[in-house]
Design a protein around this ligand. Structure first.
Ligand SMILES: NC(=O)c1ccc[n+]([C@@H]2O[C@H](COP(=O)([O-])OP(=O)(O)OC[C@H]3O[C@@H](n4cnc5c(N)ncnc54)[C@H](O)[C@@H]3O)[C@@H](O)[C@H]2O)c1
Length: 264
């Protein structure tokens, strides 16, 4: 049945792009996947398409900027599946403004779903993850959280997501939980993608940027899904608090596309 047999997984933003690829990959390895997305129509279409191939994928309406909506989505997934083993925090909202033009409203538009959204989802999911012998969280960050690629609000939120990941990894580790006299533990990790071919990019732009990567192509959603699947699986049983760049060699190269992201 695969690495995720008898696992229930919730993927936020799973209707499109990277989240959809994560739902496809984990369900192909045996997971029952709930896609929690604001775009309900697309979430239902994705769930139907993936289920047609024999997987079990369901959709639930969820806006990660709304605590009640997140709580209801997690409750409905747990009620349907009877458990929750893996949370994939995949929603993120980017934008582009030079810092001098960036105002608070735009900061919140990007940072709220990207960072606070993950906080809300973890809050709702943790009690259930703690009940699971495999309980873990994988968040989708970005190389923007690691180095300067512009998009200050988005980048700061992604860097915050890294800190959330590392702090939760320690607070929910077996050592900390036992020291506090508490049962259960949860692994918490993050995948930081480089430029990935999704609807977030114009096709010609992502193709051009891809040739600047050492791997000489942009990333595909499936490249990220493979890394998420690894970290969520028992193969990563001794990995927690990891920030894993999946970036076609870009950070190692050190030439950070500065001319692309800071033109002029
Ligand atoms: N595409 C890239 O190059 C790239 C690079 C690095 C990181 N990322 C990150 O990967 C993740 C997915 O990006 P993508 O490119 O697949 O985007 P996408 O636009 O293809 O998919 C995003 C999904 O999130 C959903 N969504 C948006 N706001 C939501 C909300 N408030 N509540 C619930 N669902 C919501 C959308 O409906 C959509 O299904 C994001 O966190 C993004 O920051 C993407």
């Amino acid at each position: 049945m695969g690495r995720f047999a008898e696992h229930a997984v919730l993927v936020t933003g799973g209707a499109h792009g990277i989240g959809r690829a994560v739902a496809a990959r984990l369900s192909s390895e045996g997971a029952v996947v709930t896609i929690a997305d604001r775009d309900v129509e697309a979430a239902e279409a994705t769930a139907a398409e993936l289920s047609a191939g024999g997987a079990t994928v369901v959709a639930v309406a969820c806006d990660v900027t709304d605590r009640e909506s997140v709580d209801a989505a997690v409750a409905s997934a747990v009620e349907a599946q009877g458990r929750l083993d893996v949370l994939v925090n995949n929603v993120g909202v980017a934008g582009w403004s030079r810092f001098e033009d960036l105002e608070e409203e735009e900061w919140h538009r990007q940072a709220d779903p990207t960072l606070l959204g993950a906080f809300r989802c973890v809050k709702a999911a943790l009690p259930h993850l703690l009940d699971s012998p495999h309980g873990n969280v994988v968040s989708v960050g970005s190389i923007n959280g690691i180095a300067a690629f512009g998009e200050v609000a988005y980048s700061a939120a992604k860097a915050g997501l890294q800190s959330l990941t590392q702090n939760l990894a320690v607070e929910y580790s077996p050592r900390s939980r036992r020291a506090a006299g508490l049962d259960g533990s949860v692994r918490v990790n993050l995948v930081a993608p480089g430029s990935i071919r999704t609807r977030a990019w114009e096709p010609e732009v992502i193709a051009r940027i891809g040739t600047r990567y050492p791997m000489f192509r942009p990333g595909e959603p499936a490249d990220i899904a493979a890394a998420v699947a690894f970290l969520a699986s028992g193969d990563a049983a001794w990995i927690t608090g990891l920030i894993l760049p999946v970036d076609g060699g870009l950070l190692a190269d050190g030439r950070l596309l500065t001319d692309v992201f800071f033109p002029g």
